[in-house]
Write a protein that binds this ligand. Sequence first.
Ligand code: SF4
Length: 317
Amino acid sequence: MGRAMMGRSSRDQGQLFYSFNLEEVVPDDHPVRAIADVLDLSWVRAELAPHYSSEVTPKFVSPSDPAARWTGALRDAAFFAYADNYLIDVKFGIIMDVEASRAIRQAEVGASKTMLVRTQECFGIRPQWLVGDTAYGSAPNLDWLVNTQGISPHVPVIDKSKREDGTFSREDFIYDKARDCYVCPTGKTLTTTGHIRNGDLLAYLATVHDCRDCPLKPNCCPKTPQRKILRSIYEPARDVARALAKTEAFAQSRRDRKKVEMLFAHLKRILRLSRLRLRGPSGAQFEFTLAAIAQNLRRLAKLVARPPPIASVACFA
Ligand code: SF4
């Protein structure tokens, strides 16, 4: 798979192509030559030029491993990397699964799904709750966890609805589930057409008539004729995550996450896995898996090790 991504096979492709010269195959007395003499179609090429595919060259490509991703995620000098994703049983600190991915958020979220499904298929184990950072708090991912997997997300919700300019935020409006509308502070309704934008967002709009003469307009929508609120179609799952975030179990989960950080610190400082020796996604997967096995064996040794029995002391008098 890695090799296929790095270039095309040069063998057995000649039969797929053939070439000829129009000048050579069209006879001199063919009517098409008479037409070509009077018709200037050169403008067609100029019109279509923007629609031709052009060679897109990525800004940074690793010469030794083109599949590695250029990342500045550590807020230091950027470098080529793969992300090492772990699924960890935080109670015992055991790594249940490992998945190498590109070092971008979407790929890491995809890796978490892969690991959850694989762990269920391999061991028949599905966690009751999942602890993760904000990267896993997107609305579609929360919906997948809550409604597809039945897993409680102990994950902070990504919420950009809070307004910083002093005007009403979305939380100042009440969502009426039965009528599928928002009710504003003056009791007016904001409704939606049901058109989904950006993949998962519905827009709820007040009427211009209601907002125009509203005394609260300067605090609500001072620059627009009517107030608009965006709501994800996955909002019920986000509400579940928001409610969990107020519980003591969630606070405990935040503390348990330190075990995850410790494993990654151990990976770098003790196992010194800051540089991969193998190339390609499968090489990264192989090295990450080996490192996880080493960490699990170390953990296992700590869990099962017992101090040697105290030797009975003979006492001679
Ligand atoms: S401006 Fe419109 S949406 Fe805002 S409070 Fe007034 S009526 Fe309600």
